[in-house]
Design a binder for this molecule. Structure first.
Ligand SMILES: Cc1ncc(COP(=O)(O)O)c(C=O)c1O
Length: 377
């Protein structure tokens, strides 16, 4: 099957690029002597996870319990559910544990710790727990300098059926860095805060075996992971325009694209209109503040090569408007109605969530497989 026979919009995955991205991260972290726990939320697919070297990963990270159930049913038993636990989700977590999964949960409050301890007591089943640390003021997590860290650690350490494992942090602010050096500094801050928190816990007599850090930018550019036991990252498998803007990868490394069809022109405005709007590309504008603003996506031919200067500059639900980024005129005849283009996404995770499958292409652009995605919660 070639790309002209697929109904659009469709999500295309370049298998060789995924493999190269995975192999590059594997060898980078191997050279830094730290283990990798890939985040399964970008791919939401077992075939992608199976592209990691056997034995190199001990487990994965997930962002939904649906992913946890899916990956477990596909043979992965060691799973960190890296979104703060909602008490109502604990029954589902214990159901997975009773089936043989090792599900580690994360939390940053006494209310969550209390719910987890009560549920574990109720099921008379141990549950591994990590304290989430807010190493960069990005989102959730315990303030690394606060006395509350030790308070929470003592509570978890003493609670029956809670297997307190250590700390986890995610330097999501690395997405807002402007230079590679800034990312390196962010990576060092992420590492240092996590290690210092673990040391504070250990000095208070609370064992801390896991020190888990990671985001794609910090994983890719860090100078070292001294003291860290595992690195989590997900988007590196596909890469995207935000990562290219951060110099974490090149545009050519981006393995995922949205196949779209030209459905119209607006000659007087110099527009090409395609059938991929925000419901296919997402509204993510992650490159807006970067050196090169890529609009809602960078336009490529079906071979995957960017078409000089063309971006999706505005989106409606099912319409995308392609213009030249510098307002230069486009030879519209080169994009007749029915012509296919591939659009590289700003944020691969956000774009992929609209699709239930990947059309997997080889380097020549021939579709060789279809892989399903496990969307939803
Ligand atoms: C807790 C956590 N860990 C790891 C990651 C992976 O980061 P990235 O998507 O940059 O690879 C994320 C991404 O959102 C995350 O939320």
């Amino acid at each position: 099957m070639d790309l002209n026979s697929i109904e659009t919009p469709a999500l295309i995955l370049d298998r060789e690029k995924v493999q190269n991205n995975i192999s590059r991260m594997e060898s980078h972290l191997k050279s830094m002597h730290v283990s990798l726990r890939p985040h399964g939320k970008t791919a939401k697919n077992i075939d992608v996870i199976n592209m990691f070297q056997k034995g190199r990963i001990s487990g994965i990270t997930v962002s939904t319990l649906k992913e946890a159930e899916y990956y477990f049913s596909n043979g992965i038993t060691d799973i960190v559910y890296a979104v703060g636990i909602a008490p109502q989700k604990l029954d589902r977590v214990f159901r997975l544990i009773s089936q043989g999964a090792r599900i580690t949960i994360i939390l940053d409050s006494l209310a969550q710790a209390d719910s987890a301890a009560n549920a574990a007591q109720h099921y008379k089943t141990e549950i591994p727990v990590l304290i989430e640390i807010d190493s960069d003021g990005h989102r959730s997590g315990v303030d690394p300098d606060s006395p509350f860290l030790l308070h929470l650690g003592r509570y978890l350490d003493a609670a029956p059926y809670i297997d307190f494992m250590g700390v986890l942090t995610h330097a999501g602010e690395s997405y807002s860095c402007s230079t590679a050096e800034e990312i390196r500094q962010m990576a060092e801050m992420e590492r240092r805060q996590a290690v210092l928190c673990a040391e504070r816990l250990k000095s208070a007599g609370i064992p801390c075996r896991i020190i888990s850090v990671g985001s794609t930018p910090t994983a890719a550019l860090s100078r070292g992971f001294q003291g860290v036991t595992e690195v989590r990252a997900g988007v590196f498998m596909f890469q995207d325009l935000v990562m290219a803007g951060l110099q974490v990868c090149s545009v050519d490394d981006i393995a995922v694209s949205v196949l779209a069809t030209v459905i119209g022109h607006k000659k007087e405005r110099n527009w090409i209109i395609v059938d991929a709007g925000w419901s296919a590309l997402s509204r993510d504008r992650g490159t807006a503040a970067q050196h090169t603003d890529q609009g809602y996506g960078l336009v490529c031919g079906t071979s995957g090569q960017p078409v000089s200067g063309l971006i999706v500059s505005s989106v409606f639900q099912e319409h995308g408007v392609i213009t030249h980024r510098e307002g230069k005129s486009i030879i519209l005849d080169r994009f007749p109605i029915g012509r296919r283009v591939r659009i590289l996404p700003n944020h691969a995770c956000a774009t992929a969530t609209s699709f239930d499958r990947y059309y997997v292409a080889d380097a020549s652009g021939t579709v060789v497989d279809e892989w399903k995605r496990i969307n939803g919660w």
